[in-house]
Design a protein around this ligand. Structure first.
Ligand SMILES: [Zn+2]
Length: 464
């Protein structure tokens, strides 16, 4: 980039001289208990949105708005004065997870403290720390260059930790002002050992409930045992038929839309520094299991799953009660990979269960929720620009990882807005996100501000 060395020095100087104020601002943001799932924190969510809006305006961003969605508001801002350069849509979330069990925290979750090189507080990593890095990067670029190298639109939501229920509709309604060339989501992390990483894919999900009903009330197992169908036995038969001993799901058509791994994909995954023995020990497990023919990381990131999440029915108390339960139930979910569609998977799941359900009971299957998987190729120019920015600032080329979890909005960016998504996150892998004593590595936080600024420079030439 012409002139970059000078402006980088200016940026570094600015960031050095504003270090104390930056940490203070980060902590002020963390003090707001914006727990989206709890109605009693609705005002706090709104307060966090307003805090963010004020901070965006202070950084020099424009069209700042706290926009209504029907739930917790979305915060929007932009800077659009680079007519010949691409436009990036940045996404993060200002809401946080609940904090219980509170007694496991070493300090109150909404009273941030710096312990060594860590910022300890709820939201320090997921996701306020990452949003804050974006704010600081924009502020530093505008302070030292008076402009950004590209156009940037910011979209920070307040319902990510409660399934982003209102976001897809808001995105669809605001499609015109969200036009961009690429979306950057900063809500993921580095690889084991704090190795810089770009997440290439997230799994989708299909979540269903199976209800097996026999009679209106429990029956005496002496009087009826051996002559009526037992709903709990029937449910166990159904569940046992869903997967084979080879770890493969037996639902016909389940794998039809799964994209096979290329040799390059498999090589990249095999090259990741993953210590299976340490993983076993960390989780106190005697062995790992899974689909035959795939490694642990391939199973976790690139293959679909089927798991029972809950199972109930019949007598649950101490001692014994000789009944045939009136009904039995299970919650079952499938993690999905590209290009599996949750609705189609549900239809296949339902049809298979109806086919295998034992006689003598009524079995029903209903969909509780779903989300699409998402994937961005490793060789996408925006992915490569982000990789160059990570290597330039962290001094190490990123590894490419595939995450087993889901960020619902990620698929919405491609399905609603038609945007490629780059998952550029900076959290260390053991950050205790969603758990007590969440922390952010302050080295990662500081460097991520430089990475974001550098990524905006690297994206200037993105083909449009
Ligand atoms: Zn998050």
């Amino acid at each position: 980039m012409p002139g970059m060395p000078d402006t980088d020095a200016a940026l570094e100087g600015h960031l050095d001289s504003t270090h104390a104020a930056r940490l203070e601002s980060y902590m002020a943001f963390l003090r707001i208990p914006s727990i989206s799932a709890m109605p009693e924190h609705a005002d706090d969510c709104r307060r966090a949105a307003q805090w963010l809006a004020d901070a965006l305006a202070e950084a020099g961003l424009e069209h700042v708005e706290v926009a209504e969605t029907g739930g917790h508001p979305v915060v929007y801002a932009d800077w659009l004065h680079a007519p010949d350069a691409p436009t990036v849509l940045v996404y993060g979330h200002y809401d946080v997870q609940p904090v219980d069990p509170l007694e496991l925290w070493t300090s109150p979750p909404f009273e941030p403290v710096v312990v060594g090189d860590r910022m300890l507080a709820r939201g320090s990593a997921d996701d306020k720390g990452q949003i804050h890095a974006h704010l600081m990067a924009a502020g530093a670029l505008l302070a030292t260059r008076d402009r950004l190298p590209i156009n940037v639109k910011y979209l920070f939501e307040g319902e990510e930790e409660s399934s982003s229920v209102n976001l897809a509709a808001w995105l669809a309604a605001e499609r015109d002002r969200l036009v961009a060339d690429v979306a950057i989501i900063s809500d993921t992390g580095f690889f084991e050992g704090n190795v810089p990483a770009i997440t290439l894919s997230l799994r989708g999900i299909m979540y269903a409930q199976i209800d097996v009903v026999g009679t209106d009330v429990d029956l005496h197992s002496g009087g009826y045992g051996g002559v009526v169908q037992n709903p709990a036995n029937a449910l166990a038969t159904i569940i046992a038929s869903l997967k084979g001993p080879d770890g493969r799901v037996r639902i016909p058509g389940f794998y039809d839309d799964v994209e096979p791994l290329s040799d390059a994909d498999r090589e990249a995954i095999a090259a990741l520094p993953f210590d299976e023995a340490a993983y076993l020990q960390q989780h106190g497990l005697p062995a790992l299991v899974g689909e035959v023919g795939y490694s642990t990381l391939e199973r976790r990131g690139t293959r679909p799953t089927l798991d029972v999440n809950g199972l109930w029915g019949g007598f649950q108390g101490d001692g014994s009660k000789t009944i045939i339960p009136a009904h039995a139930h299970a919650k079952v979910s499938c993690r999905l990979v590209a290009a599996q569609d949750p609705d189609r998977i549900f239809e296949a799941f339902k049809a298979y269960i109806e086919e295998i359900a034992p006689p003598g009971v009524t079995t029903t299957v209903r969909l509780l929720g779903g989300g699409l998987p998402s994937v961005t190729p490793m060789d996408h120019p925006a992915t490569q620009a982000a990789a160059r920015a990570l290597e330039a600032t962290f001094g190490q080329a990123p590894v490419y990882i595939r995450e087993g979890g889901s960020i619902p909005v990620c698929a919405s960016f491609s399905s609603v807005l038609g945007l490629p998504v780059v998952l550029l996150g900076f959290v260390q892998p053991d950050s205790h996100a969603h758990a007590p004593n969440e922390w952010m590595d302050l080295g990662n936080y500081e460097t991520s501000i430089r990475t974001i600024a550098r990524a905006w420079d690297e994206l200037v030439d993105l083909p449009r």
